[in-house]
Design a protein around this ligand. Structure first.
Ligand SMILES: [Mg+2]
Length: 376
């Protein structure tokens, strides 16, 4: 029987061109087994402190994993969760560690068995998924940003785009109702009638209920596909009032950690599109539990995949196993953790991205790239 022989952790910090070159952090985990196979996972730890803490968490459970059967990965997931009863109950930093370890174990299982993650999960229901560009605006000119986003559709073939508001850069969208609606008008004009357009409020911005209603009604005139997190999580009174006034889909949920958090977030029926990051919610095993709830409740599952190619490959495989998915988000501009990290970057062809078919997660991070961007 093959046993786990090594658990290594690689914290990285890299400039993200899709986020005005902001420095972002990720935590990678590599797990090796006695038959010479290795699996890779990633946690979307974002900030240096969370990344350093996650690395320590991974190292703290190394002894539990070494010598164990890598094919018993779901049993190990439950054992790891039990181990973190005091500091990882229903989320927190330990969920990052669990996510990276769990993804690495699923990858390892695929490498040992020769099966793709999609096959391990019971099979993909589709071979490709429609993609949108998931972006931040940064130019001070709304016209320039509208034209840039239009080109993602008209030149690069994306089926649409989602723009995060309240981000770095000079565009300052999300702050003035009339200006935001004008931006939406320009976006629709540039992208054409069929493009999906989504807008995501962003943590730095606070909208009053009246402003949110005015905005979303204005966006809807130009056929907004969904508004994402118009209010902070748990602001269900505002969400309920907004819901009564608008017809577009409402997205949310991405800040939850586990199935219990998602069940609570979905209980009042106000979230249609459920954001879920496999690098945060306990990996593939955690995400499968959440996906089951999304399917039962007839909502839409939406991978929050805005980190590395490891996360993207896993997210695509997971999303391909359900019919409760509308699309796959991709960072459109060349970036280190997608385009340098693996030999064949994950890209859409004619707006469709292929479900990985190679063993495990289907991608292997380049160790030199991880070392180059190592968090010091
Ligand atoms: Mg979001």
């Amino acid at each position: 029987m093959s046993v786990i022989t090594a658990v290594d952790v690689f914290p990285v910090q890299y400039p993200e061109p899709n986020d005005s070159d902001a420095l972002r952090c990720l935590t990678f985990v590599r797990i090796r087994s006695s038959d010479g196979a290795e699996g890779w996972g990633e946690a979307v730890t974002m900030f240096p402190g969370a990344t350093a803490a996650t690395a320590i968490m991974v190292e703290s459970v190394r002894e539990l994993l070494v010598g164990r059967d890598p094919l018993a990965n779901v049993a190990l997931w439950h054992e790891l969760q039990n181990e973190a009863w005091w500091y990882g109950h229903r989320g927190g930093i330990f969920s990052f560690a669990l996510s990276a370890i769990d993804i690495a174990l699923w990858d390892l299982k695929g490498r040992i068995s020769g099966l793709s993650l999609a096959h391990l999960l019971g099979g993909a229901r589709v071979d490709t998924l429609p993609t949108i560009a998931s972006t931040h605006a940064f130019d001070p000119s709304l016209e320039v940003e509208a034209e840039r986003h239009g080109r993602y559709v008209t030149e690069h073939g994306f089926k649409g785009f989602k723009i995060g508001m309240g981000k770095r850069g000079e565009t300052h969208i999300g702050y003035e109702v009339a200006r935001d609606i004008e931006f939406m008008r320009l976006l629709r004009e540039a992208a054409g009638p069929d493009a999906m357009i989504m807008l995501d409020r962003g943590k730095k911005i606070t909208w009053t209920l009246n402003d949110a209603i005015a905005r979303v009604r204005g966006f809807e005139e130009y056929n907004l596909s969904w508004i994402e997190e118009p209010f902070e999580p748990d602001h269900s009174l505002e969400l309920h009032a907004l819901r009564e006034q608008v017809g577009c889909l409402i997205a949310g949920g991405e800040r939850e950690w586990d199935v219990h958090g998602y069940e609570n977030a979905l209980a009042d029926g106000l979230i249609d599109v459920v954001g879920c990051d496999v690098g945060r919610v306990g990996g593939v095993t955690g995400a499968l539990q959440i996906l089951a709830v999304v399917e039962r409740e007839h909502r839409w599952f939406n991978s929050h995949a805005w980190s590395s190619a490891v996360n993207t490959a896993v997210s695509i495989a997971l999303s391909a196993t359900t019919d409760r998915v509308l699309l796959q988000e991709l960072k459109p501009d060349r970036n280190p953790m997608q385009d340098e990290l693996i030999s064949e970057p994950i890209r859409a062809v004619d707006g469709m991205v292929a479900v990985p078919t190679g063993p495990g997660i289907g991608v292997v991070p380049n160790l030199d790239v991880l070392m180059h961007y190592a968090l010091s």
